[in-house]
Ligand binder design. Structure first.
Ligand SMILES: Nc1ncnc2c1ncn2[C@@H]1O[C@H](COP(=O)(O)OP(=O)(O)O)[C@@H](O)[C@H]1O
Ligand SMILES: [Mg+2]
Length: 256
């Protein structure tokens, strides 16, 4: 018997009311999957296929219309408070508060959890240092590059020591060199700290660099293909997986 999954979806559907009032729009269609502790799962799909909608259900930001979504056995939407400090989120936009310094932005989550102020500052400084931002603690977001701001938001996510990390295209606005560095750093941090992570992306390269499991979505969000990659996966097999993913993505028309 395997342990209880960290994240499980059972026939999860999400529909939105159409703006013109003419019926419902299906963004997620009877989606089922399980993610085990310690897995890093990359979710890959074209823009508009429903990745963020799925992500928001996991993060408890929106509720499934039908089906059952569970995170460590709890309902992420209805038991939002249960998840305080248990989930770290990194969005595409760094979502830093412009009036707070890098240090104060990282401190925010710790303050919300009522961490002892001295301990909180030590933790925040530690994570900024881990992300190569020593000396920038007192800089405001506008004084930092895009890559540095995203490092601050990663530090903020890790600082509360959550069991689960959720990332929605966190590096897609960055140049490829910076993104590659941050991906490697992110995977290292997740592994070293024994976290479970879901990482959304629309780039094949990124999905394959990040995930030890890649789930490819078609629109509306449902699993069209899935592959597992480990350190032991050889070059030939990786090329095969990449070809398979390209084929799966190409049979689906792009959407607006
Ligand atoms: N709040 C909403 N109201 C209406 N439609 C939405 C809403 N959020 C997303 N959608 C629609 O659902 C589909 C999937 O969106 P999204 O999950 O953001 O896709 P992705 O993240 O894969 O680009 C899109 O067609 C989008 O327009
Ligand atoms: Mg999205």
């Amino acid at each position: 018997m395997s342990a209880e999954p960290v994240i499980s979806f059972k026939d999860v559907t999400k529909t939105f009311r159409r703006a013109d009032g003419k019926g419902d729009f299906v963004a997620v269609d009877k989606l089922s999957f399980e993610i085990a502790k310690g897995e890093i799962v990359a979710v890959l799909g074209k823009t508009g296929c429903g990745k963020s909608t799925m992500f928001n259900i996991v993060a408890g930001l929106t509720e499934a219309t039908e089906g059952k979504a569970r995170v460590v056995g709890h309902d992420p939407f209805r038991e939002f408070n249960f998840f305080r400090g248990k989930i770290g989120i990194v969005f595409q936009n760094d979502r830093l508060m412009p009036w707070r310094t890098a240090l104060d932005n990282v401190l925010l989550g710790l303050q919300v959890l009522n961490t002892d102020p001295k301990q909180a500052e030590e933790t925040a400084r530690h994570w900024l240092a881990r992300l190569g931002l020593s000396g920038h603690e007192n800089d405001y977001p506008h004084a930092l590059s895009g890559g540095m701001r995203q490092r601050v938001s990663i530090a903020r996510a890790f600082a509360v020591n959550p069991d689960i990390l959720l990332c929605d295209e966190p590096f897609s606005a960055l140049d490829e060199m910076t993104a590659r560095d941050l991906r490697a750093e992110f995977v290292r941090l997740v592994r070293q700290n024994d976290k479970t992570a879901v990482f959304i992306t629309h780039q094949i390269n990124e999905a394959m660099e990040i995930g030890d499991r890649v789930m490819v979505f078609h629109r509306p969000a449902r699993i069209a293909y899935e592959a597992r990659l480990t350190a032991a996966t050889g070059e030939a097999e990786r090329t095969q997986v990449r070809d398979d993913i390209m084929r799966v993505l190409s049979v689906e028309p792009a959407s607006a």
